[in-house]
Ligand binder design. Structure first.
Ligand code: PLP
Length: 436
């Protein structure tokens, strides 16, 4: 039986400063009460509050923008530099996108009223799917209400008992959950290879070539969500051809960001149209909400009947679909937005490195600033908060303790003043705590 916690309950109680979320997943307690673990976690929450380390669920009071109104822990309202959003182009807040959402709500109402296979497919869902298929250079596409839902549904919808799925070990949790779902439902074999390590991927494919009686699917994030580095897609495609495997990529953080026209990782590497399943979320570069997958027409059609998050869940709201059609149009025609984002990315990566921070090989708008200690990461986040800078701390178990970090997410709309203020604050704290 898998034990999830690092400490026994007694150890945990006296060692709460070193506890992490993983310890409360299945804590060792004498109580069989279903909610006993919630009581234990509550204690940890109180401890984090008392020591100014609780930065979860800060409350946002206005549109997520490069400067955003945030309610402080004491009820104060702060106008903060937002370095924690994935709305890379601030399309969530674009006047034309908001208007498109309002118009769609006016025409179709606030909700679609049914799952897509029954009465929940609207013409604007179809319009959005056609636009996404063209944008991703695929025959067909389908949309879901979230990126988590799409990854889970694609993987459990297509993999079966004799198949092998081979993941980069830093793939997003929604992919890993999907793989666990396929494993539990059908007995699909799940493997992981060392991050971006093609030698190790080859070894896994070699093993699969001997053991697997079904098909092999390699899954990678196009851009990795905690490090902002890029999957070596051409090499992955070469290995896939050699071993007769199929490839799925998650373009959550690449859509809009990578490629001359923002079409993502395949455009960046010049391999558009060569990926079997192109998935992603509509909540980051496009700034709204939802997930998608694009691929061959008959594969997408199959997933409409066997992807559980599509079959058993009400379709995306009309307002979201309307907003997304407009957001996609803007992203395609306004090359300036991408140029602004890349100006900011290049500037921040260079300046942070010059200051002596380790940014862990970031290549995109996600920039990890490695701190290497969970408590210090949370304390620095709190100090930045007091300086009106909103960053997200990423600690164990999301990353190893030695790699705990401040995760900066850049937006096209950040001004040079926003960037310089953030750099000055990081420099001050980095020196104060001996990080640089
Ligand atoms: C790489 C990646 N895939 C999928 C998702 C899930 O997308 P959504 O938030 O739309 O559910 C996320 C983050 O949210 C992500 O970072």
């Amino acid at each position: 039986m898998l034990k999830h916690q690092e400490y026994t309950y007694e150890e945990l109680d006296s060692n709460i400063a070193n506890a992490s979320l993983v310890d409360y997943l299945e804590p060792e307690t004498t109580s069989k009460h279903l909610f006993a673990k919630a009581d234990l976690l509550d204690k940890w929450g109180i401890y984090l509050n008392q020591t100014n380390q609780n930065l979860f669920r800060r409350v946002i009071l206005g549109p997520c923008s490069h400067r955003t109104l945030v309610k402080d822990f004491n009820g104060l309202v702060r106008n903060m530099i937002m370095m924690g959003s994935n709305s890379y182009f601030e399309l969530n807040n674009h006047p034309e996108v908001k208007l498109a959402a309002l118009k769609a709500i006016e025409k179709y109402g606030a909700g679609s009223g049914s799952v897509p296979l029954l009465a929940g497919t609207l013409d604007i869902h179809q319009e959005l799917e056609a636009k996404l298929a063209a944008f991703k250079s695929c025959e067909s596409a389908m949309v879901f209400s979230s990126g988590f839902q799409s990854n889970y549904s694609i993987i459990t919808g297509i993999l079966r008992s004799n198949d092998y799925v081979i993941n980069d070990m830093l793939n997003h949790a929604s992919i890993v959950e999907g793989c666990k779902g396929a494993q539990a439902k059908f007995g699909t074999k799940v493997e992981f290879f060392a991050h971006n390590n093609m030698k190790n991927l080859r070894q896994k494919l070699e093993k699969a070539a001997h053991d697997c009686t079904g098909d092999k699917l390699i899954i990678v994030d196009g851009v990795f969500s905690m490090d902002g580095d890029i999957a070596p897609l051409p090499e992955i495609l070469t290995l896939a051809k050699e071993y007769n495997a199929k490839v799925m990529i998650d373009e959550a953080h690449a859509t809009g960001v990578l490629g001359k026209n923002g079409r993502g990782t395949p455009e960046h590497f010049g391999v558009e149209g060569e990926i079997d399943l192109v998935a992603g979320t509509l909540s980051k570069g496009l700034g709204v909400v939802g997930g998608f997958v694009a691929g061959k027409r008959e594969v997408i059609q199959y997933l409409r009947f066997y992807g559980p998050g599509y079959v058993f869940s009400t379709s995306m709201t009309p307002g979201d679909a309307g907003a997304l059609i407009k957001a996609l149009e803007i992203l395609e025609k306004d090359a300036n937005l991408r140029a602004q984002l890349w100006r900011n990315i290049n500037y921040m990566q260079k300046e942070l490195t010059n200051l002596g921070f380790n940014i862990n090989g970031s290549e995109t708008a996600i920039i990890p600033v490695i701190i290497g200690d969970d408590t210090l990461t949370r304390l620095m986040t709190y100090e930045l908060h007091k300086m009106d800078i909103f960053v997200n701390p990423v600690t164990y178990p999301a990353v190893s303790r030695k790699r705990s970090r401040l995760r900066l997410s850049l937006m096209a709309t950040h001004t040079m003043e926003d960037l310089d203020q953030t750099l000055s604050a990081l420099e001050l704290l980095g020196k104060k705590y001996g990080v640089i």
